[in-house]
Design a protein around this ligand. Structure first.
Ligand SMILES: Nc1ncnc2c1ncn2[C@@H]1O[C@H](COP(=O)(O)OP(=O)(O)OP(=O)(O)O)[C@@H](O)[C@H]1O
Ligand SMILES: Nc1ncnc2c1ncn2[C@@H]1O[C@H](COP(=O)(O)OP(=O)(O)OP(=O)(O)O)[C@@H](O)[C@H]1O
Ligand SMILES: [Mg+2]
Ligand SMILES: [Mg+2]
Lengths: 257, 257
């Protein structure tokens, strides 16, 4: 059954969606059947792959999570072989409030994904920038957490809050939850700040930090407007190589290389 | 009584906190008594001003919002003349769930700020990257909304969701709510993407876009780690001038120049 990885960080704009799209595409290129689950109401994972926001009437993750629709009906194909997508939509903003009073509210996404885990090698979840119920649902539904970390001060500061939340979820809701790793993103070798943050993280988390460091490159900011992952937008970009390397490291760590 | 401006955008990492800290500091430097209200559980506005996360036992906005403590007890001085701060803390993450079942849940922040509006010229609210109850509370408590907009694709895409939410709040909860303006941030003149996004915004929102455009500059990423606004970290930085100009434009638009 699928290995489920949730990409989370409550700090905004650190590269969660960019990592989900490009890691998942790289896993698909390696022949692994991969499902992206977008649980962020912004719906950026969908649009970054060229799916217009709420374009057609296709069921979304909201329908499965809150209304109990079968998860199979939410899964859509993408133009990329081996890559599938469960879109989010704006109704998810209200889901936080609707989920509060539901029984087993933290387990609803897990129950949805249980219906399709047999169909995929990997399920990768894109989380919103918060530690609310949608992110908790993702942590409960996952085998591990991948933390994109922007090499800047506020992002570094938020890491301990995130690790505490992961520890609490592991202790009370999902004992299997492990840390897949910390991915340094938007690294700018020209400035001291990036270097200082990277050194700080390497010192405290050494084995947990992926060897791959994603540099700040405008190519990653450009590709969403073309609805394509970096591999299909600019094969020569350093970012394309980074995310292929990341996929290989994830495969090695999961014993699926 | 104070003019209250909420700085909001559900897209993460677009420069909300950076704008709150530096606009507020510039208003304070212009002699206006200014209160920063940090309603983001991340608490970055506090740490960007050198207040350690949850360092002392001082009451936070959580205590006023959820427990009904007097707002006056939450307001703290900062090292900068005319600038005051109401800190957030991590308990706010749970506040979204606690507020759901409270009476008049959307008006709780407004009631808190009503207690102190007479003591300030401006109140500036830093919102979390979401359109949940904390941001709704901020929109209901404010006279106007300032929208920082990163010059990148996902940020542009999220704008219509944000404007819809503002329209709905104005129609049902706060008829006085106006758009203070859209501030273009992290503008990089070397790449086409920034130029295309900026042109797109100017075309659709012309009079609503501030003449000031904040360029991407590493100085703004560095100053939070020194706990200082840009004016006190690097007076010569182009960003210092931008945020002073922004304060002047806000004062002009409010007839307080
Ligand atoms: N390495 C990079 N170099 C330059 N730009 C990048 C890089 N990674 C991502 N970006 C751009 O930075 C912005 C933020 O990235 P992204 O949206 O993936 O972050 P996020 O954590 O998903 O944000 P949110 O918290 O809003 O969900 C996007 O415009 C994206 O295109
Ligand atoms: N004009 C700029 N140039 C370069 N870096 C900037 C600029 N403005 C802000 N930054 C940096 O970019 C990061 C994101 O900015 P900031 O934290 O203010 O955004 P935010 O919208 O408040 O994020 P969140 O959604 O997490 O609350 C921070 O590390 C900040 O220091
Ligand atoms: Mg995202
Ligand atoms: Mg912020």
């Amino acid at each position: 059954a699928a290995k489920t990885i949730c990409v989370a960080n409550q700090k905004g704009g650190v590269g969660k969606t960019t990592t989900v799209i490009n890691l998942s595409t790289s896993l698909a290129l390696c022949g692994k059947k991969t499902l992206i689950v977008d649980i962020d109401p912004q719906g950026n994972a969908g649009s970054g792959l060229g799916h217009g926001q709420g374009a057609e009437d296709h069921p979304t993750i909201y329908d499965a999570l809150v209304e109990g629709k079968p998860m199979g009906s939410v899964v859509q194909k993408t133009p990329i072989a081996n890559l599938f997508l469960a879109c989010s939509n704006i109704d998810l903003t209200g889901a936080e409030i609707e989920l509060v009073s539901m029984p087993e509210r933290e387990f609803r996404l897990r129950k949805c994904l249980d219906q399709v885990r047999g169909d995929f090698d990997f399920i990768i979840i894109d989380c919103p920038p918060s530690l609310g119920l949608l992110t908790i649902n993702s942590l409960v539904a996952s085998d591990s957490v991948l933390i994109p970390l922007q090499c800047e001060y506020y992002a570094l500061e938020g890491l301990s809050q995130l690790l505490n939340t992961i520890k609490r979820v592991k202790a009370s809701l999902n004992p299997e939850l492990a840390l897949e790793g910390i991915l340094l993103t938007m690294y700018d070798k020209r400035n001291n700040l990036s270097r200082e943050v990277a050194e700080d993280i390497m010192k405290h988390f050494s084995t947990k930090v992926f060897k791959v460091v994603v540099p700040r490159t405008v190519r990653l900011a450009e590709c969403p407007s073309h609805g394509k992952p970096i591999y299909f937008y600019d094969k020569q970009s350093v970012a394309t190589q980074c995310y292929l390397d990341l996929a290989r490291q994830v495969l090695e760590r999961s014993g699926m290389a």
